[in-house]
Design a protein around this ligand. Structure first.
Ligand code: S3P
Length: 441
């Protein structure tokens, strides 16, 4: 992939009306469940990003037929839970932790062996978190000695040639681990129950229900228990995917830090396990209004109206971290423009995302003139004037887009290096940014 960069002019605008593309997490899950369902599913609002296309290509290489009605509309001919065929090659999951970890759950239940690979960033991400519970389910899954991809999955190694259900308490707050185990649970004998202490995104649970798969969810006082019984069938469904709140978040912050912006974003997913970014920004003083709330199937959406606001620094509440886990790079830009200090703790997970987001953001913020202290489990940012300068995204799509948005409030131009991975989640980012008034040199 060619090395690309953005050169952002200072003081761009961020206003008007914008539609951002479909949700990445939900797009991955729609492909997976539709492929494993009985019958033909129509998926609208699909995100045609390189990450989601990699998931689609993986299922196509396992004999799932996909009709491309348009870039964002797919008709997926499900093969049923046991209809996938041996792929000819290793499955390349590109940059996507979600694709690799969820696919691992599916592939551990198959009667053929497979190998999952990824790009340089994905090849450095921790996979023991799925290996440990999958081994308990009697899967045969191995990886490099330091716990990173490629993942090598062999045919089941027990006599029953079936995975075995487990009770598992998630040691890290991770929807990817939870979803991996729920998908493996489709192939397990008996029940697989997962207990989560911190609430993580629940798109898999919701979408299993859309595909008529029984799932039991019990909310206890300090935890949630999610149980699935193997051996039932997924039935084809028509899915409309909400616009991605993680992509919307860039423009929400852009409007907040602009001089006099009012921005309206259409049909944004506001699932309560994903809307931590709105809650955190409101605590910082953001003027964010939700209008026209409705459901896209099992997922709530709303139009989000944002007005330029005077932000103040806050201690970010721990209980909101997992519901805003992908939005911290852009929240840090909001913090850089706020009055006072913003502090985040208990967020070491940010070090094992597409890049070490605590480090890359700290280095970038300081390069553009913001006082910042990196902590082992978070960051402390003193709001001030963003001067401008050159930032390396470290190949992280969300770091790249965050600094592009920072230019709305910068005194001088900002150059962002290494922006090619923006295509993994938001291929139309530059066009959308130009539409609302950001200026690229
Ligand atoms: C995702 C879960 C989160 C998030 C990722 C998408 C998902 O990861 O950071 O971008 O779709 O399940 P973790 O489960 O590792 O926290």
């Amino acid at each position: 992939m060619p090395f690309t960069s953005y050169q952002m002019q200072a003081q761009g605008k961020c206003n008007g009306t914008l539609e951002v593309p479909g949700d990445k997490s939900i797009s991955h899950r729609a492909i997976m469940l539709a492929s494993l369902a009985q019958g033909v599913s129509e998926v609208k609002g699909f995100l045609p990003s390189t990450d989601c296309e990699a998931t689609l290509a993986a299922f196509q290489s396992m004999s799932v037929e996909v009709e491309r009605v348009s870039a964002t509309c797919l008709r997926i001919h499900g093969v049923g839970l046991h209809g996938l065929q041996l792929p000819k090659n290793d499955l390349d999951m590109g940059n996507s932790g979600t694709a690799m970890r969820l696919m691992a759950g599916v592939l551990c239940g198959q009667k053929f062996a497979s190998v999952l690979t990824g790009d340089e960033s994905l090849s450095a991400r921790p996979m023991q978190r799925i290996q440990e519970p999958l081994l308990k389910m009697q899967a045969d899954i191995s990886m490099s000695s330091n716990g990173t991809p490629p993942l090598v999955i062999n045919k089941l190694n027990n006599n029953a040639s079936q995975l075995v259900g487990i009770n598992y308490q998630l040691p890290v707050a991770s929807a990817q681990v939870k979803s991996c185990l729920l998908l493996a649970g489709l192939y397990a004998q008996g029940e697989t129950c997962i207990e989560e202490k911190a609430q993580t995104r629940d798109h898999t649970e919701r979408m299993l229900q859309s595909f008529a798969y029984p799932i039991k969810i019990e909310q206890q006082e300090n935890s949630k228990n999610i149980c699935i019984q193997g051996g039932n069938a997924l039935i084809a469904a028509n899915i409309t995917i909400p616009a991605d709140i993680s992509s919307a978040a860039f423009f929400i912050v852009g409007a907040l830090i602009s001089k006099a912006g009012k921005l309206e974003l259409k049909n944004i997913g506001i699932n309560p396990t994903r809307n931590g970014v709105i809650e955190i920004l409101r605590l910082m003083g953001a003027d964010i209004e939700l209008k026209n709330e409705k459901m896209f199937g099992v997922e709530p959406v709303a139009d989000v109206v944002v007005r330029s606001s005077k932000l103040k620094g806050i201690q970010i509440p721990t209980h909101l971290i997992s519901n805003a886990i992908d939005e911290f790079p852009i929240i840090f830009i909001a913090a850089a423009c706020a009055n006072g200090v913003t502090e985040l703790s208990d967020a070491e997970e940010l070090r094992v995302k597409e890049s070490d987001r605590i480090h890359n953001m700290a280095v970038g913020l300081s390069a553009v003139g913001i006082e910042v202290r990196e902590k082992a489990d978070g960051i402390k940012i003193t709001g001030g004037r963003i001067k401008g300068g050159e930032v390396d995204s470290g190949g992280d799509h969300r770091v790249a887009m965050s600094f592009a948005i920072a230019s709305v409030a910068s005194e001088q131009a900002i150059t962002i290096l290494n922006t090619e991975n923006v295509a993994t989640s938001f291929p139309e980012f530059v066009a959308s940014a130009k539409q609302v008034g950001l200026e690229f040199c």
